[in-house]
Design a protein around this ligand. Structure first.
Ligand SMILES: *Cc1c(COP(=O)(O)O)cnc(C)c1O
Length: 459
């Protein structure tokens, strides 16, 4: 194969490829970065730059890049049986084995799975499955979903409607009917003078207010990310989720935990629901389920829902061509085998998690950082003009972008959302690599502060 050089690829990309979540005109002018290789926590671009990917692709490359076993399993499955559907009363061995494995891994009685190709599709499935669940029990009006402002549940029509991103709603006339939103548990930005605990309870009780306003016989389910990822890694106070769970139980509203980012070890637990001490009725899975090596999503649901669907549901009028694709499920099994055998979750708890927490807190001492929050391997630094005040920069987002660009030039990939720097590295990151991340992040913060003329910057 004749490799095209960077410029030739950029020209073709600008001419033919519309990028998700981008200002495509600006991107075409700037030129896309072309990634060529990955190994462990590092990726390389076509200009030969080696970058520490402290964002794991897009929150997903949990076991790190370059694990040959996953490619070998995919190749073997493709050669033996590349595809068969799950529609015609059929299935395949890796799909059955993954279903059983997920039932074993997921907390409580989340013993049943429906496969999709992505997190968005899984949430579309949940919307229809839950409405059907209530309808076949004689409660067709119990169809309203409550989500949260700035929640992210994907980019399909149902996913974006369940999510609470105003910019996404503006494109295409969303949300669809019977989806409403309450406020988010974002203490740093919205907690004012309340303590995190007071604020956590207050925000959770908005759910009760909303249920009472609509009537409990109208509310089908509440959906939320245990930790809001795309919004900016909003980690709720510890009393938030137990209160949400209590309210859901009181009014018989199904509790849906979207664990697409949080699942598969991200928080130092297999699932964040375990970290927060809640038992959801339904869980959304994707991303870390295959460490991003191949697309796959899943809906986990409990015995109660399964029983109703089995006894009263009739024919399930829903499915994707690639639901339970054997290559994807085989890769997921291998990914989970590696996570388990190499004790990645345990290692975060006992070793790298506490070390990262210590170094992350040190970054919090930088004059530009108003808050450094973290759980396990997911966190954020809030950049502020005048700490300890929690006020924002006037031109929201510009400083975050500047810091992100400095980081890239320093060989570090962090994501910027508004003026928060987001961290979500591969779970295999070592202490030495955490130190490297720290040095590069500190340097980038210094450069940003210097460009803004903020603070005394002593390294
Ligand atoms: C990424 C994400 C999704 C959407 O998953 P896709 O695979 O991109 O469709 C849904 N929920 C959460 C919490 C996510 O972070």
């Amino acid at each position: 194969m004749n490799h095209l050089d960077t410029h030739a690829l950029q020209v073709l990309d600008a001419a033919h490829h519309l990028h998700p979540f981008n200002d495509n005109a600006a991107l075409a002018k700037r030129g896309t970065r072309i990634l060529t290789k990955g190994e462990g926590v590092y990726v390389w671009d076509s200009e030969g730059n080696k970058l520490l990917d402290a964002f794991a692709g897009l929150w997903c490359v949990n076991i790190g890049y370059g694990r040959k076993e996953l490619g070998e399993v995919a190749s073997k499955q493709m050669t033996q049986l590349a595809y068969y559907n799950s529609f015609f009363s059929c299935t395949t061995e890796p799909t059955v084995r993954l279903a059983a494995k997920l039932a074993e891994l997921c907390p409580g009685d989340l013993n049943h799975v429906f496969f999709s190709n992505s997190g968005s599709e899984a949430n579309d499935t949940i919307l229809r499955m839950v409405r059907h669940f209530w309808a076949v029990q004689g409660q067709p009006k119990k169809n309203v979903f409550i989500g949260r402002l700035n929640g992210y549940h994907g980019s399909t029509v149902a996913g974006a409607s369940l999510g609470g991103m105003k910019g996404m709603h503006a494109m295409g006339g969303l949300p669809i009917p019977d989806i409403v939103h309450i406020n988010q548990p974002y203490w740093f930005g919205e907690g004012g003078d309340l303590s995190p605990e007071e604020f956590g309870l207050q925000r959770a009780r908005e759910l009760e207010d909303k249920i009472l306003e609509l009537g409990p016989d109208r509310v089908a389910a509440f959906i939320g990310e245990p930790i809001q990822g795309a919004a900016g890694v909003f980690i709720p106070p510890m009393n938030y989720w137990p209160e949400i769970e209590r309210i859901c139980r009181k009014y018989d509203v199904l509790l849906v935990a979207d664990e697409v980012i949080c699942g598969f070890g991200r928080t130092g637990h297999w699932f964040a629901s375990e970290y927060f001490g809640i038992q959801p009725d339904i869980m959304t899975l994707a991303k870390g389920i295959t460490s991003g090596y191949i697309p796959l999503g899943a809906v986990m649901f409990n015995d109660r829902i399964s029983k109703v669907l089995m006894e009263k549901g009739g024919e399930l009028a829903h499915g994707y061509t690639y639901s339970g694709h054997p290559v994807c499920t085989a890769v997921a099994l291998e990914n989970i085998r590696i996570l388990e055998e190499e004790k990645m979750v345990e290692n975060i708890q006992a070793n790298t998690g506490p070390y990262l927490a210590k170094r992350w807190a040190e970054l919090g001492e930088h004059p530009l950082v108003g808050e450094a929050r973290l759980v396990g391997m997911v966190g954020a630094l809030e950049l502020v003009p005048r700490k300890p005040s929690r006020e924002y920069f006037p031109d929201r987002g510009a400083v975050g972008q500047m810091c992100r660009d400095f980081a890239l030039r320093n060989g570090l990939i962090l994501r910027a959302t508004n003026d928060a720097m987001l961290l979500s590295p591969p779970l295999i990151i070592t202490r030495d690599q955490i130190d490297e991340m720290f040095d590069k992040a500190w340097k980038s913060l210094d450069q940003t502060a210097a460009a803004l003329g903020i603070g005394k910057v002593a390294a």
